[in-house]
Design a protein around this ligand. Structure first.
Ligand SMILES: [Zn+2]
Ligand SMILES: [Zn+2]
Length: 147
């Protein structure tokens, strides 16, 4: 992944590389960042199995699947608000996808090989956050497993 000098300048195209956990799916995508948010809505919690989804939103471009394209599956949740998950059929890890309108590419930040060049800007759907989210942040910090 290439780094920008000025992290406030999001008009520069960046190359992101990432993979699923099992490593069969590898991707590369070069695009401009538009947002980086943590979404706490119930659907994002369900779809990630975690407290929130961490998504980088970029200009819409095609993802270059470096390997494992045959393992890439898309799920579009039916309904008014659209939710999509693109994932590895082997290990279930989330991968980048174009939203249904085709207006944005969504990159799950946890799928990146390197830390993204900017920090999250917004906690969206904050009022829907998991009741245990804030107490989780305050919980004891352990360098590996809890004793
Ligand atoms: Zn995988
Ligand atoms: Zn959400």
């Amino acid at each position: 992944m290439s780094f920008m000098k000025n992290t406030d300048d999001m008009t520069q195209a960046i190359t992101f590389t990432g993979s699923c956990l099992c490593g069969q799916v590898q991707y590369s995508v070069t695009t401009e960042i538009e947002d980086f948010y943590l979404c706490h809505c119930q659907q994002c919690r369900k779809i990630t199995g975690s407290a929130f989804a961490s998504n980088i939103l970029t200009k819409p471009v095609d993802v270059l699947w470096v390997s494992g394209i045959e393992k890439v599956k898309r799920f579009d949740y039916p309904g008014k608000r659209t939710f999509t998950k693109v994932f590895c059929t082997e290990c279930g890890s989330g991968l980048p996808y174009l939203n249904e309108k085709g207006s944005a590419l969504v990159i799950p930040a946890g799928s990146l090989n390197d830390a993204p060049v900017l920090n999250p800007k917004n906690n969206i759907f904050w009022n829907d956050r998991a009741e245990w989210y804030e107490s989780g942040i305050e919980a004891q910090q352990c360098s590996n497993f809890a004793k």
